[in-house]
Design a protein around this ligand. Structure first.
Ligand SMILES: C[S@@+](CC[C@H](N)C(=O)[O-])C[C@H]1O[C@@H](n2cnc3c(N)ncnc32)[C@H](O)[C@@H]1O
Length: 177
C-alpha cells in the first residue's frame, strides 16, 4: 500500500513545530510523502537531514492549493481519507481501509474548508473528541498497517538503532563525506 499525506494550512510561525512533527510521524510510520501548504521552508531541510542520517527517501513537497493535489491523486487511484473528529469512528472503518491500495491522508491545522468533507472518500474520526493532527495521523497509520510499518528498513542510513533494553546502541556507518 502506498500512503501519502496532505497537511492543509497552518497558523503561520506558531505551527512550525507541529508541522515538523506531522512530517516526522508520516516518515516514521511508513508514508512515502507529505504535501504541505503555507509552511516554513526549513521544515523540508530538517526532513532531508533526517533522511540523510536515518535513511530512506521520504519526500516533502510544498504546494499552493490542497484541492489541486487531492483531485490529482483521486485521478491516480488514491482513496482520500480526511481525518476529522466529526467522521466515522476509525474502529468501524479500519478493516475496509486496510484493503485499499493507495491512500492520501488529509489532516488540518485549524478549521478546514467545508469542501474537503465532500471530496474525501472517507471522513474518519480517531475517536470523536477533539485532539491533535499528530496523534490522529499516528493512530490511523498504525491501525492501517497494524505495526508492520516498524519492520520496514530505511535504506542508506548513516545511523541505525539496535533496540536495547537499557542505554543507547547505535550502529554508525563509516562514510567518506
Ligand atoms: C487542532 S485540530 C482542529 C479541529 C477544528 N476545530 C476543525 O473543525 O477541524 C487539527 C486537525 O487535527 C485532526 N483531528 C483532531 N481531532 C481529531 C479526531 N478526533 N479524529 C481525527 N482527526 C482529528 C484533524 O485533521 C484536524 O483538522
Amino acid at each position: 500500500m502506498v500512503i501519502e499525506v496532505v497537511r492543509i494550512g497552518q497558523r503561520l510561525v506558531r505551527d512550525d513545530r507541529v508541522t515538523t512533527h506531522v512530517a516526522l510521524v508520516s516518515r516514521a510510520f511508513g508514508a512515502k510523502k507529505i504535501f504541505m501548504t503555507e509552511v516554513n521552508p526549513e521544515i523540508k531541510d530538517s526532513l532531508e537531514k533526517i533522511n540523510k542520517t536515518w535513511g530512506g527517501n521520504f519526500v516533502v513537497e510544498f504546494i499552493d492549493k490542497w484541492k489541486t493535489i487531492v483531485k490529482k491523486k483521486k485521478g491516480e487511484n488514491f482513496r482520500v481519507v480526511h481525518l476529522t473528529m466529526y467522521g466515522e469512528n476509525i474502529n468501524d472503518v479500519q478493516e475496509k481501509l486496510r484493503k485499499e491500495e493507495n491512500l492520501l491522508v488529509v489532516i488540518g491545522a485549524e478549521k478546514v474548508p467545508r469542501e474537503i468533507y465532500e471530496l474525501a472518500d472517507y471522513n474518519i474520526g480517531v475517536g470523536n473528541q477533539p485532539h491533535s493532527e499528530i496523534s490522529a495521523l499516528a493512530i490511523l497509520l498504525d491501525r492501517i498497517q497494524k505495526g508492520e510499518q516498524f519492520k520496514k528498513t530505511f535504506p542508506n542510513a548513516k545511523r541505525k538503532i539496535i533496540p536495547t533494553k537499557k542505554g543507547k546502541n547505535v550502529h554508525v556507518k563509516e562514510t567518506r563525506d
